[in-house]
Design a protein around this ligand. Sequence first.
Ligand code: GLN
Length: 448
Amino acid sequence: LAHVKAADEKVHAFLELTEEAAYAAADRVDAAIAAGSFDELGPLAGIPCAFKDNMNQEGTHTTCASHMLENYVSPYTATCVQRAIDAGCIPLGKLNMDEFAFGSSTESSAFGPTHNPWDLDRVPGGSSGGSAAAVAAGLTCVALGSDTGGSIRQPASFCGIVGVKPTYGMVSRYGVVAFGSSLDQVGPFARSVEDAAAVMDAICGHDELDCTSQQVKADFRAACKQDVAGMRIGIVKEFMEADGLTAEVRERTLEAAAKLEAAGAELVEVELPHVDAAISAYYVLGPCEAFSNLARFDSVRYGLCDEGHKDLGGQYESSRAKGFGPEAKRRIMLGSYLLSSGVYEKYYYPAQQVRTLITQDYTSAYEKCDVILAPASPRTAFKFGEISDPATMYLSDVFTISLNIAGNGGMSMPCGLGRETGLPIGVQLMSPQFKDENMFRVAMALEK
Ligand code: GLN
């Protein structure tokens, strides 16, 4: 905790340190050791962990990095957080993010940005930038983040660590503030594949409090012991030829493919013919779901309340005007427009149809391969303020978004530094739904 306090002055990954909860968890571990009850120690006993600030943890502020929730104190704990704590983790605190998880750089946090530990003048990626930076800077051993369109995988690649977005339904979303309920998924950040596997083993599985969570039988640590001999690795033509993919990211991705081939895997080319429509579909579906989910922050049920107005309408308006930042307002307005009659038929329906096409593309691709290998992000970490236009920022997730649309598993795996920028580059591994263990096998081969 002392180290975090000192080192985080430069990184600003934490929004709150949960010292009391950390000491209470550490005392439980100490007591079990002192009593010789080693069976009571969870599989993650004593491992420091921290949580993205859209995850409820009883007694902590859960702000979603927004003024809207600045004073909100969680009355309960999200299942993913509870499972990490039950496994023995020491909860260090809550981590910075883009406001309500809208963004790719953590610059939209109402409490100031997080800095990339590799170069403090650069962004850590986003929206789970605090989680990625905290792990990369050694402020915590592991962290949890959420990924709606790339928010675990892109920051993991910018910070040179492992980041996992499990298949939709593998980890409970209960108690995680919703952005796009059909797209959101919780997953771990870690500095090694086996660390990420250990956290996955602790957090995944059915939760009766989230009806979209599934009964899964997975043993991620066991998967880490299997090699890749005979596995088929798909290389997506549309991704490798994409505009905006920098030469250094392309080079490292091809090197990773060659490494897998040398380890006994077979490389096959696959196609995702509708993937170029993924960003457009996402920026229809995402804002529609966000608009609906953020309706609860109305100053009455939840959120900042600007009092002293003559009528309720005035209170709603000024509370929301003061509470939400520009990107949140943009998404809410976009969502309300897209769901209005006349417009809905023109955009929302086609976006859902595109969703089906992209999901079918992945299903066909996985007939030819077990895991897909792709870049995680088109480029390495950018400087603060370098991307100011929202539409350009939206392209940061060009390789990650289609996966949330299809609901498959994906992870970002560090694969060296860029030849030009000298900054970390991540490759992305993608698995068919509920075959997430496959990508851990491949990740282990890349880590060697
Ligand atoms: N960058 C994307 C967005 O702004 C994805 C964010 C996320 O995964 N939470 O919507």
